[in-house]
Design a protein around this ligand. Structure first.
Ligand code: NDP
Length: 263
């Protein structure tokens, strides 16, 4: 029996155990997936091995710590320094990032996205922005504080804090902050959010399982919007494929995981 887990703080809200266990159960795959509340990201690696895990996912706020903890990082995660999926390969911790491709899958339904405003500058923003730039999209990043913007200033992005924000027109605005996850906060002051929503076609939030105050405002304004559920599904399918290493088809994983969203 293989054991998998999700690490985060908070982690009680995570749907990952349900999603991955649904795949294992539907396909008679000998594994179970649990959750681990981890306060200190520096303890990720020792906790992973002390629990005897075969793999794990990592959520807020430990994705950058997960990158540091890995013995080897592969693919897109290497480019962005952010890891959301860990695999135990012969006692070595191997890191991947499946968030960005999961998000591209989620926004497929919004046509002609060329100009994106990203709210937030954490691990999720790094993953998504790098992926958007690979698709030749124009990207603006707006964050509460300046420190984390340095990373995006080195990429081909316009960067603002709340204090110096200059509004433009966008095809899509994406909330990657954790504002609204466990609070009634908007991802920026109300006046800024109001103006942004007047100037975009589509709205997306990385947060899933609830209508955040940000999405509630988008709804009030009659905009087309979506929460992070499809992103969660997309990243989960890709992560599960890494966990089972070819023993289940992509289709079998996706079908079972999709069904878990109705539970
Ligand atoms: P990080 O901790 O790396 O980054 C958090 C970001 O949010 C920072 O830019 C921070 O700004 C900003 N922030 C935090 N609180 C507030 C607030 N009250 N108001 C404005 N800005 C705020 O988090 P992640 O990037 O890992 O995750 C962000 C969100 O995305 C989480 O809610 C997570 O659940 C969700 N997510 C969903 C996924 C899905 O599959 N649907 C996948 C991945 C993430 P500052 O720099 O000023 O501190």
């Amino acid at each position: 029996m293989q054991i998998f887990s999700i690490f985060g703080d908070p982690v009680a809200h995570s749907r990952s155990p349900l999603m991955h266990n649904s795949v294992f159960k539907a396909n008679n795959y000998p594994a179970c997936y649990t959750r681990t509340h981890l306060l200190d990201g520096a303890k990720l690696k020792e906790t992973f091995f002390s629990l005897g895990l075969s793999g794990a996912n990592v959520t807020v706020p430990h994705k950058e710590a997960a990158f540091v903890a890995c013995d080897e990082v592969r693919g897109f995660a290497q480019k962005i320094g952010v890891v959301n999926t860990l695999v135990n390969e012969n006692g070595k911790l191997i890191g991947y990032n499946t968030d960005a491709d999961g998000f591209m899958y989620a926004i497929n339904e919004f046509p002609n996205i060329k100009n994106i405003l990203v709210l937030g500058a954490g691990g999720t923003a790094k993953a998504l922005v790098s992926r958007f730039l690979e698709e030749d999209m124009a990207v603006t990043v707006l964050n509460r504080s300046a420190t984390r913007l340095a990373y995006f200033q080195n990429l081909d992005c316009q960067c603002f804090t709340w204090d110096d924000f200059v509004l433009a027109e966008y095809d899509l605005v994406v909330n990657t902050t954790s504002a609204g996850l466990n609070s009634s906060d908007l991802p920026a002051p109300k006046e800024i959010i109001h103006n942004i929503l007047q100037n975009t076609h589509y709205v997306a939030d990385a947060i899933y399982g609830k209508r955040t105050p940000f999405l509630a405002l988008a709804h009030e304004k009659g905009l087309r919007y979506k929460d992070g559920a499809d992103m969660l599904l997309g990243q989960g399918v890709l992560a599960n494929a890494l966990f089972v290493q070819g023993k289940l088809t992509h289709e079998a994983i996706q079908n079972a995981m999709q069904k878990s969203f109705a539970l």
